[in-house]
Design a protein. Structure first.
Length: 222
């Protein structure tokens, strides 16, 4: 079977499993399109302090154009599957969170979120923000993290909370990386479902400290 058919089958099974345990949300990864590793030279240049160099900008524009072309070619097939999953999710009382991913070739390109969400009905479908993934893209100049979150907040239903640094990557305990949570957390709508998503390497003490950090820093809920 083509991989997209397997993805649909496994996603439907996930919906059934989620409903059986009383879950309210299922977070979906929408797959990828376009060649791999186009962002590798961008990461190398960014770490070398060349974020605004001509070489960086030229390679970034070329990569974005390639990713967007691949997305638009694959989107009709992805949309068909998502609408079928949405019908089943609605019948099971589930919401589907479409997650922003760290790899720029994963669907959708960040400039296409508005188009994608406009074609997928609320409240069954919503945006799921991943703080670490968005921070990694911000570090490469692919998005402005604050503007991205502000723009998509009206469709936001949930978020994965973890920190990020260019040197150590993501899934760090909050407060141990470079994400400006004081500016970003107030942008979350009051009923956003937030879950910690920490690396398996994080110690039990750091997990407890992360929960304490969240209790002290979470935005006021109306």
């Amino acid at each position: 079977l083509p991989s997209r058919h397997l993805a649909e089958r496994h996603s439907l099974a996930t919906l059934e499993a989620a409903a059986s345990v009383g879950a309210r949300f299922v977070v979906l990864h929408l797959g990828s399109a376009g060649p791999r590793h186009l962002d590798d030279p961008l990461e190398s240049l960014a770490l070398a302090g060349q974020l605004g160099s001509r070489s960086f900008v030229r390679q970034k524009i070329s990569a974005i154009q390639t990713w967007e072309k691949a997305f638009h070619e694959s989107w009709p097939r992805v949309e068909e599957i998502l609408l079928r999953l949405g019908d089943r999710a609605k019948s099971l009382g589930l919401q589907l969170g479409l997650e922003c991913r760290e790899d720029p070739r994963e669907i959708p390109p960040d400039d296409s979120w508005d188009m994608l969400l406009a074609r997928l009905p609320a409240p069954t479908f919503g945006y799921w923000h991943d703080f670490g993934h968005a921070a990694a893209k911000h570090a490469l100049g692919l998005i402005d993290h604050e503007q991205h979150l502000r723009r998509l907040a009206p469709r936001l239903i949930g978020a994965h909370l973890h920190d990020y640094s260019p040197e150590e990557g993501d899934h760090l305990p909050p407060g141990q990386g470079s994400i400006p949570f004081a500016r970003l957390l107030p942008l979350l709508p009051p009923h956003t479902h937030v879950s910690l998503e920490l690396s398996p390497d994080v110690s039990a003490d750091d997990v407890r400290a992360s929960l304490l950090w969240w209790n002290q820093n979470q935005p006021a809920r109306s």
